[in-house]
Design a binder for this molecule. Structure first.
Ligand SMILES: [Zn+2]
Length: 193
């Protein structure tokens, strides 16, 4: 009898654990709390335009990064700009003295990108020495496009806690190459829109 009772207690505990897990199954990303710039709408179609200065490697990386986000089920879609499209991501490339591989530039005093427009700058030749590593460049593009959607930088050290493509300094590289955007990144975008 005592044995049966112990089993019943264990089952109850497992059931309680399952319930508590389901309550916390969809946390917004840590990154979401760190910024407040987003596009207008609940399912924005963000259209990209490349300036003539963008190299083939950076153009390809941007397209691959956009495709990686599009492959998820989060709100928002990236596609090429067509006449009349209201949401714009201008992609440029230059040689900056600052040490960054790429960045998003825009302002959002009301929480929405002014004019629903931002600029993504690639920095070449980059001080990080990435050169033409297509996979690394794609990861950077996923990161920057995450900023464009409204995600900030997550904290934490390499592979500790929840994987996120939004870690500054790109230590996420060793935590799941090519599987970005990660769960936490996707949940962040869902929370924003
Ligand atoms: Zn960043």
């Amino acid at each position: 009898m005592a044995y049966v009772g112990r089993n019943a207690l264990v089952l109850t505990s497992v059931a309680a654990l399952a319930l508590s897990l389901s309550l916390f199954a969809s946390p917004p990303a840590d990154a979401y709390a760190l910024t407040g710039c987003k596009f207008n709408g609940t399912d924005p179609v963000v259209t990209y335009v490349f300036t003539g200065l963008v190299s083939t490697s950076r153009r390809s990386a941007t397209l691959d990064g956009a495709a990686a986000w599009n492959a998820t089920t989060v709100p928002s879609t990236f596609r090429a700009w067509r006449s009349g499209d209201p949401l714009r991501l201008t992609v440029d490339e230059a040689s900056y003295t600052d040490t960054f591989e790429a960045r998003i530039v825009g302002t959002c005093p009301t929480g929405v990108w002014v004019g629903n427009a931002v600029q993504m700058d690639w920095n070449t030749p980059s001080s990080g020495g990435l050169g033409g590593n297509a996979y690394a460049l794609e990861g950077i593009a996923v990161h920057e496009l995450g900023h464009a959607l409204g995600l900030g930088h997550t904290t934490g050290t390499t592979c500790s806690g929840t994987a996120s493509v939004m870690r500054n300094g790109m230590p996420f590289w060793s935590c799941g190459w090519g599987t970005w955007p990660f769960y936490d990144d996707r949940q962040g975008v869902r929370a924003i829109y």
